[in-house]
Design a protein around this ligand. Structure first.
Ligand code: MG
Length: 387
């Protein structure tokens, strides 16, 4: 079967219906506006640092595990496939996918939770909001503006959750968190594909690390039938390859279900424009109820057996300690930070007092890779280390 790209749906984002960039720029010419977004993201410093940030396993645990970068590429790959099949804007989907984790802290969710805890009374911290902050402000590479000056739709797609008071400060890009609307179908798609990617690669990494077992995986509603299918077709196959065959099928069944269900929902609701989509009560990009249940069941399984495994819990404990100590010491003595974050802390404090200082410290820490955070920790707290 040949896959033909269906024409773009009327409810897909296009250059014509785009709300454009905050700072108007000439058309990129040989690229589309959304390809330009994607290219700017790939060339920014925060993107390169994803290589050394944890997904589940801390970077130095092994070279075969996913990092934030490979996770990001997998989300992009899955989302592109779905966008093409659904007649949505493939370039926009890719841009959102490549930028969706730019605001992630070192040490994965453990780092995010520790930083959120420290910033609780000081304005809060949430990695999706931080991703927007990275592309809007923190990347300082262009002469005429701060940030990457991405299109409205790419920026809007980065926000998954946002408290209403923060949403009001952020303005139109976060309007749906005030008015209870939906993001574009492209943004909805990346959100679901993020879940497909991490469920699948965490099964793969979890099995490789030995923290979860094949026997346990078989008990899940999603993986059980896939192991049966592979073993029926290839009874003599070794376990390693059996696992690969299961993981690829696992991505496939979720992608097919997502495309089928979403196409039916879009056809049923028949939104005629992006703004029609924004005004709907519920997302149109979704799994069928059966697949949604299997997907959730697997998430719960990974939560209980992988993310709470004692070895992962030890990594979590260590890394949260690093984040907490660094945050505490830099907030107390911003002069211990290098020039750029120190100046940002001074400026923040002049403008907004302690929350302004804290924001600069959070930006500095969130931008660190795992290994840089560990090195910083050593330089600050270990007398025998060079400073
Ligand atoms: Mg992600």
């Amino acid at each position: 079967m040949t896959v033909h790209a269906p024409t773009l749906r009327p409810c897909a984002v296009t250059e014509t219906n785009s709300r454009g960039r905050r700072h108007p720029e000439p058309h990129p010419g040989h690229r589309s506006q959304f390809q330009r977004d994607r290219d700017r993201i790939i060339h920014c410093g925060a993107f390169r640092r994803l290589e050394y940030k944890t997904q589940v396993f801390i970077n130095h645990e092994g070279d075969l595990y996913r990092t934030r970068l490979t996770h990001t590429l997998e989300v992009g790959q899955i989302a592109r496939t779905c966008a093409l099949a659904l007649g949505l804007n493939v370039d926009l989907v890719e841009a959102i996918a490549l930028a969706h984790d730019l605001g992630h802290t070192p040490f994965g969710h453990a780092g995010q939770d520790a930083l959120a805890e420290q910033m609780g009374e000081l304005g809060g911290f949430e990695h999706n909001i931080q991703s927007l902050r990275v592309v809007d402000r923190l990347e300082a590479r262009y002469a005429e503006f701060d940030g990457l000056n991405l299109t409205f739709e790419t920026r809007e797609g980065l926000l998954k959750r946002c408290p209403p008071e923060t949403a009001r400060q952020l303005g139109p890009v976060a309007a749906r968190f005030v008015s209870d609307g939906q993001p574009t179908l492209e943004a909805q798609l990346v959100n679901v594909c993020d879940g497909i990617a991490y469920n699948s690669h965490d099964v793969d990494d979890g099995l490789r690390s030995g923290l979860i077992t094949v026997d346990r995986c078989r008990q899940t509603a999603l993986l059980g039938p896939l192991f049966d299918e592979v073993e029926r077709a290839y009874p003599a196959l070794d376990q390693r390859r059996t696992i690969y065959e299961v993981v690829r099928r696992m991505i496939n069944v979720q992608v097919h279900d997502l495309i089928r269900e979403s196409a039916a929902r879009i056809d049923g609701s028949a939104p005629e424009s992006v703004d029609d989509v924004r005004q709907l009560d519920a997302p149109l990009i979704a799994f069928s109820p059966d697949m949604a249940e299997r997907h959730e069941d697997l998430k719960r399984f990974l939560f209980d057996h992988l993310y709470r495994h004692f070895r992962v819990a030890r990594m979590v404990r260590k890394s949260q300690g690093v984040i907490r100590e660094l945050f505490g010491v830099f907030l107390e003595e911003p002069q211990l930070m290098p020039d750029q974050p120190r100046r940002a802390a001074e400026l923040g404090e002049q403008r907004r007092g302690l929350p302004g200082r804290a924001r600069a410290v959070a930006d500095y820490i969130a931008g660190m890779t795992d290994r840089f955070a560990i090195e910083e920790y050593r330089r600050i707290f270990r007398p025998e280390e060079r400073t």
